[in-house]
Ligand binder design. Sequence first.
Ligand code: PSU
Ligand code: MN
Length: 319
Amino acid sequence: MSADKLTLSPEVSAALAAGTAVVALESTIITHGMAYPVNAGTAREVEAEVRAAGAVPATIAILDGHLHVGLEPEQLDALARNTSAAKASRRDMALLVSQGRTAGTTVAATMLIAARAGIPIFATGGIGGVHRGAELTFDVSADLIELSRSPVAVVCAGAKSILDLPKTLEVLETYGVPVLGYQTDEFPAFFSRDSGLRVDGRLDSAHAAADLIRSHRKLGMTGGMLICNPLPAVDEVPAAEMGPRIEAALAEAAAKGVHGKDVTPFLLARLVDLTGGRSLTANRKLIRNNARLAAEIALALSGETMPGPFGFLAKSRPA
Ligand code: PSU
Ligand code: MN
């Protein structure tokens, strides 16, 4: 797969050609993370946040078997209404393309496609990680290994404590993925600013993040990194409120025998119900917060040509 196998929107195509700041956005959150019409509204808000900061949003999805980078408003709305869209991680892509299907892309698949398009920055809410009980189930999200493979900096609010956060950080360390805190020394736990776990390093500005990304490239690193942006304190949901609801959602998943790629969407949907929508409100806010930071980092990086791993992947990767 090379960049010319991608379907770039005219806006994204022009921005990439001009070296303008572009922020990649995922779409599993649209197809499997939220229900219509909240998913469509959130996706539009996130794109608006990127534009307001002066960058171009590139929402990534698989539509009728084509890898799209940048969606028109009608395409975004149709995806949000599509209740039969698949969930695409790396391993699903060839099957979905060969069958002409439509899918939301996970963090893993979005990173892979963003890298091939030459987009080095990507904003999401939370990443997948090591599930609780993974020592028995082996349920470790493909997002983690993709972070070691695709040269994209992912801005997120950490990971939800539906996951085992210490094990998630261990696996990221094993895979050689830098984990940075934006204006924090702690790994954020999505709904809360702190998890009690430390990040590898702290970045206090978008320029510091851009400098780190440049150093990563200069060293010839071929993988990505995680930039963790805690949600604003006013938007936090207290851990005491989330804890029992997370336990309830996990118990339901176990009782129903939910497994494989259905686990994360099941837990996310149950949490929205169990918190009476409170988790959804926090989710919307933190994604916008991440989109803004990603746009600021993209701007700090833009104007550069893209040598190193990004340019190489976009221009000369064989099909
Ligand atoms: N975690 C969240 N919200 C999400 C996801 C994870 O808090 O929307 C989505 C992302 O698209 C992520 C995917 O890449 O779920 C991970 O799925 P899995 O655990 O099956 O790898
Ligand atoms: Mn899994």
